[in-house]
Design a protein around this ligand. Structure first.
Ligand code: SF4
Length: 379
């Protein structure tokens, strides 16, 4: 089974109005903080030596936050340290996330020299006005320049992240964003429907009645537009939010959805691993200073850990597996048929696999809970 390595870099240029990921806005001149953080990540990696012995990782994903904010030399040092600490397969997928405003030639060179072969760019939308509203600090032109630069320097495997379901979003603006993204010829497009998270500016504006989210009908329409434009442009939806030119699906993210094991390093990162023959998940502390303090004393920076019991494992497997176009394998055609009978319109089956219909995809999370309940008590 493939295993993934994730590293969280929790620094951003500024905070986007909808973002609930752990990241702190940092300006220039924070090199000492970056240095301490990288050292801490490598300390954490060292602490996991015994647990990861005999493991060959298949993927590395450096995400955030904004990894492209790290100084190029420090990025190289980070990856060299990871390579010393862990074993990797020969042909790994190595992704780094970047935001257009901070993606420099120096950073890309260090990334490529470190083995990065996939770039995920936070493009978000094809309109400067919308980007400003979202609190992004880049422009449409910056995205185009980033894609061209990455390609010129030899990275062909490029993902663009897009966001939709925005206040006052029209079908036309979403369609033109998708067409713009396609025109840049990325190998992969991730499209996330805006969710309102606690403690965000977005939540505050909604609570104050200053903006409204689109209606359910509008969201369904935006989903349809996405499906039409991307599939007719040669992309295949292989997961609810993710489209790829066949053969360019994210190997790292498939590790999550297929319930394979991964180690996450850094503030707020999560791991899912087998410890003493049992399934464990843990999440690190969110606060960067706390993370640095703990790791510098060789204390595991865990904030929370849990041993997954059968019920949790079932719900999670259903929740993640249903998201994939390849479907959730329930291992028995009669059980698959019973699920189809109980959830007509929402799922279709192929042998022992359950796949979401378009309608099912729109309510996937609720459906996962109902299907997991059904699997626990089929009568
Ligand atoms: S750049 Fe990404 S991680 Fe940083 S604040 Fe914006 S959405 Fe959050």
């Amino acid at each position: 089974m493939p295993k993934g390595l994730y590293v969280h870099i929790p620094f951003c240029t500024s905070k986007c109005m909808y973002c609930a990921f752990y990241s702190i806005p940092v300006g220039t001149g924070d090199d000492e903080l970056y240095r301490q953080y990288v050292k801490s990540v490598l300390n954490e990696a060292k602490m996991l030596e015994d647990l990861t012995a005999n493991t060959k990782f298949s993927t590395i994903y450096i995400g955030g936050g904004t990894p492209s904010k790290l100084p190029a030399g420090l990025f190289y040092e980070l990856v060299s340290g990871l390579r010393e600490q862990f074993d990797f397969e020969k042909e790994i997928e190595f992704t780094v996330e970047a935001n257009p405003e901070s993606l420099s030639e120096d950073f890309l060179k260090a990334a490529i020299d470190s083995g990065v072969n996939r770039l995920s760019i936070g493009a978000q939308y094809g309109s400067d006005e919308v980007l400003r509203f979202l609190g992004r600090t880049h422009t449409v032109r910056d995205v185009e320049v980033s894609v061209a630069l990455a390609r010129k320097m030899g990275i062909e495997n490029i993902n663009l992240d897009l966001i939709f379901g925005l206040p006052n979003e029209t079908s036309e603006s979403w369609a033109s964003t998708l067409k713009w993204a396609v025109s840049l010829k990325p190998t992969h497009i991730s499209t996330y429907s805006l969710t309102v998270e606690e403690n965000t500016k977005l939540k505050m504006l909604i609570n104050e009645g200053r903006i409204d989210l689109p209606s359910v009908e509008r969201i369904v329409e935006l989903f349809r537009i996405r499906e039409d434009i991307l599939t007719s442009s040669g992309y295949r939806r292989y997961e609810i939010s993710n489209f790829a030119i066949p053969g360019h699906e994210s190997r790292h993210n498939l590790i999550y959805w297929r319930w394979h094991k991964y180690i996450g390093l850094g503030a707020s990162a999560s791991s899912f691993w087998i410890v003493d023959y049992e399934l464990w998940r843990w999440t690190n502390v969110r606060d960067v200073r706390k993370y640095i303090e703990l790791t510098s004393q060789n204390i595991p920076p865990k904030d929370f850990e849990e041993n997954l019991d059968d019920n949790m494992a079932r719900l999670e497997k259903v929740f993640l597996g249903l998201r994939l176009a390849e479907g959730l394998d329930v291992g028995d055609p009669f059980i698959a048929e019973a699920i189809r009978e109980n959830f007509p319109e929402f799922v279709e089956i192929e042998g022992t696999k359950i796949k979401l219909t378009f309608k099912g995809m729109l309510v996937a999370d609720h459906l996962a809970i109902d299907i997991a309940d059904f699997l626990e008590n089929p009568d």
